[in-house]
Design a protein around this ligand. Structure first.
Ligand code: VG1
Ligand code: CO
Length: 541
């Protein structure tokens, strides 16, 4: 039987980046099937199409890949290109879609969320440009999940995904490929691997923490094999179904082992971490943490040092909550700077139209027009290229950047797993009062303007509303509040804080201290702690 009657399941609405739920929810028979069938239905069917399939190695990924292969076959797909073992990092999947001119791809990951039977799973659909499906597509998928009456799935034995080569399910070809090779080759076209080899040859030391997630095999191949970094430079290099209990979110809180190693007296020259699916990065130097917004600005200023970008940048784009540090670089370079809603899908049109070369988000995401996803290892290679070309340390690069452009103090405070009603009420009250805020003083700070961010895509005119509440204070400080669209438990409220210091004095303050007055003003106005009973944020980045 290929046709299975089914009923609509509530709540299959893709968020910021695909559909994410508790793994056990995805494991309920029919749950994954419904969503995959709805995806095929929403894109006009799978008949004759080629797809890319893979994920970050988390629990249930292999089983999900088998289900999707059987469904693709029953829906008439011509070919599915799968990473060996159902492994593909998100940027590698994006590259394969483009390289092989596939019609789209399915990525099995909940990204930076923990994995395992009691943690999170996710499915994301990417379109032919290699990027996350635009909102119009995810809305069509959601609509299809509400109308579904049957799904199609071939009745056949599981496919061997452990060995490379072409296999078949009926008429459909399943092509199992090396997940790493094409991606590593792409990196060689963008960066000067000879210069990077010389850097490591001269004794440069690095600690690349793959957090037991998908970048392990990529990082070992690129840094240890192709660039000659000392064996063992990549740690937690084996992707494990539960990430070995690690929370693969590359920030100072969750990558604390790496943080400790980099802040120790015997720290290596360079440190970096990746998230579950390999699209995020955290950059560190000896005794130095680089905030993602600063990393984006530094890369914008120095990117032409890498051969793939020697021609300069067409423009840059950042998500709205990301700091304006990159804006100042764009202004100095005389290039356009776009401000988009949160989520990589909003960069796709700008990249496709050739308007921007570099994109970034405050959430440890950076990438270029080489693929249509953010790319953690790309960012690492870019930083290594800057260090190799300038001969400077991470701390020196950062200090010189601030001396030239000023410093944008930045921090994000996350309040996780809040009761949804509480979080929504706080934002609703703030929204209702927005119009009356300009000119008001709270906790000693004067609000100069307040609004809710809406975005009109400059390429196709699509409008996205309700993308975050913004408070601008006199003197240029800013606070942004929005609810996360990637969580699986309650609501996560994100508070983004920012303040610009032009220099030359005041460039070496502690960011939390520098931003405390803004946080206090927000508390006075919104009452996050007062209304939720929390003592403070759960995660500070
Ligand atoms: C978060 C980040 C956002 C990022 C998204 C997906 O979304 O804030 O910048 O694009 O995760 O990243 P939210 O809605 O929870 O704030 V990943 O590495 O999950 O693909
Ligand atoms: Co990710």
């Amino acid at each position: 039987m290929m046709r299975h009657p089914t009923q609509a399941i509530a709540g299959q609405k893709p968020g910021t980046s695909g559909l994410r739920k508790k793994t056990r929810v995805f494991m309920v028979p029919g749950y994954l099937e419904n969503f995959v069938q709805a995806t095929f239905d929403a894109i006009g069917g799978a008949e004759g199409k080629t797809f890319v399939l893979g994920g970050d190695g988390r629990y249930f990924g292999l089983e999900a890949a088998q289900v999707i292969l059987k469904m693709a076959a029953a829906n008439g797909a011509a070919r599915v290109i799968v990473g060996q073992g159902a492994w593909l990092s998100t940027p590698a999947a994006s590259h394969l879609i483009r390289l092989r001119r596939a019609d789209g791809g399915l990525i099995l990951s909940a990204s930076h969320n923990p994995g395992g039977p009691d943690e999170d799973f996710g499915v994301k659909y990417n379109t032919a440009n290699g990027g996350p499906a635009a909102e119009a597509v995810t809305e069509a998928i959601f609509a299809a999940t509400l109308e579904i009456t049957e799904y199609r799935k071939a009745e056949t034995a599981d496919i061997d995904l452990a060995s490379l080569g072409e296999k078949r399910i009926g008429a459909m070809v399943v092509e199992v490929v090396d997940p790493v090779a094409a991606y590593a080759d792409l990196m060689e076209t963008l960066f000067d691997f000879k210069a990077l080899r010389s850097l490591f040859h001269a004794g440069f030391s690095a600690r690349i923490d793959s957090m037991n997630a998908i970048t392990g095999p990529y990082a070992v191949e690129i840094f240890e094999h192709r660039l000659g970094a000392a064996p063992g430079s990549v740690v937690h290099a084996r992707p494990l179904p539960d990430f070995g209990g690690m929370h693969p979110d590359p920030n100072p809180t969750w990558a604390h082992e790496l943080m400790a190693a980099m802040m120790a007296p015997d720290a290596p020259d360079f440190g970096a971490a990746s998230d579950g699916d390999g699209d995020r990065n955290m950059i560190l130097g000896r005794g130095t943490y680089v905030s993602p917004s600063d990393s984006l600005a530094v890369i914008a200023a120095q990117m032409q040092l890498a051969p793939g970008y020697a021609g300069g940048l067409k423009g840059v784009a950042r998500s709205m909550p990301t700091s304006a540090a990159v804006d100042r670089v764009a202004e100095a370079l005389g290039i356009a700077c776009y401000e988009t809603p949160t989520g990589w899908k909003f960069f796709g049109n700008l990249l496709d139209a050739g308007r921007v070369t570099l994109c970034g988000e405050e959430s440890f995401g950076t990438g270029s027009d080489h693929v249509r996803e953010k790319d953690g290892l790309w960012a690492v290679l870019m930083w290594l290229s800057i260090l190799a070309a300038t001969g400077k340390s991470v701390a020196e690069v950062l200090a010189e950047h601030w001396a030239r452009f000023g410093r944008t103090y930045y921090s994000r405070h996350d309040y996780e797993a809040m009761p949804i009603a509480t979080a929504e009420a706080m934002l609703a009250d703030l929204r209702a009062g927005l119009g009356a805020l300009a000119g008001r003083s709270v906790a000693g700070l004067r609000i100069s303007s307040a609004d809710e961010f809406a975005y009109t895509d400059p390429v196709d005119g699509a409008v996205s509303e309700g993308q975050g509440l913004r408070l601008l204070f006199e003197g240029g400080a800013r606070a942004v509040l929005r609810l996360s669209g990637t969580g699986t438990e309650g609501a996560t409220l994100r508070l983004y804080l920012e303040r610009y210091a032009p220099g030359p004095d005041g460039l070496a303050d502690d960011p939390q201290a520098a931003l405390a007055p803004i946080a206090q003003a927000v508390e006075a106005l919104v009452g996050i702690c007062r209304r939720s009973g929390r003592k403070g944020p759960d995660v500070v980045t």
